[in-house]
Ligand binder design. Structure first.
Ligand SMILES: [Zn+2]
Ligand SMILES: [Zn+2]
Length: 142
């Protein structure tokens, strides 16, 4: 995978800095009801793989959002830091954390079937329903 980039970012208050060494440039939007409740709107995020590290880790608050994933935020300012798959250790990181976002491309939208009618992105993207996402990435079982 040659398209991965190095990127640095931080939360709003600066207590936490994030470094990703194999970050995807492809931004995905998630319209699922959990992401919308968490973010106040669709979650725009990039795949950080497993190589994501944080400075100021003592300020990170973790929330167990399902049996298979946890979500983290800055305990001081509330900035959302990541959605992490427990089994693989894969980080999905909000695109807005990163300073240099000129390299990002809005590439796909998931849980398009859960998107409410009151908004719609004009970008040309690859769209997947929740069922398609689970079929492609294997539903967490057991
Ligand atoms: Zn903060
Ligand atoms: Zn979601």
């Amino acid at each position: 995978m040659s398209d991965l980039i190095d990127a640095k970012g931080s939360c709003l208050c600066g207590a936490i800095e994030v470094t990703a060494r194999h970050l995807s440039k492809d931004v995905g939007a998630c319209h699922c009801s959990m992401c919308r409740k968490w973010s106040g709107g669709p979650l725009l995020a990039v795949d950080g793989g497993t190589d994501v590290s944080f400075a100021g880790e003592e300020n990170i608050s973790l929330f167990d959002s399902s049996d298979w994933a946890e979500r983290a935020f800055c305990g001081k300012c509330g900035t959302h830091l990541f959605y992490k798959l427990k089994q693989s250790g894969q980080y999905i990181v909000p695109a807005g954390l990163f300073e240099d976002d000129k390299r990002f491309v809005f590439e796909h939208q998931i849980f398009i079937d859960e998107k409410p009618a009151y908004y719609r992105f004009a970008n040309e993207t690859r769209d997947m329903t929740g069922a398609e996402v689970f079929a492609k990435y294997a539903p967490p079982s057991g």
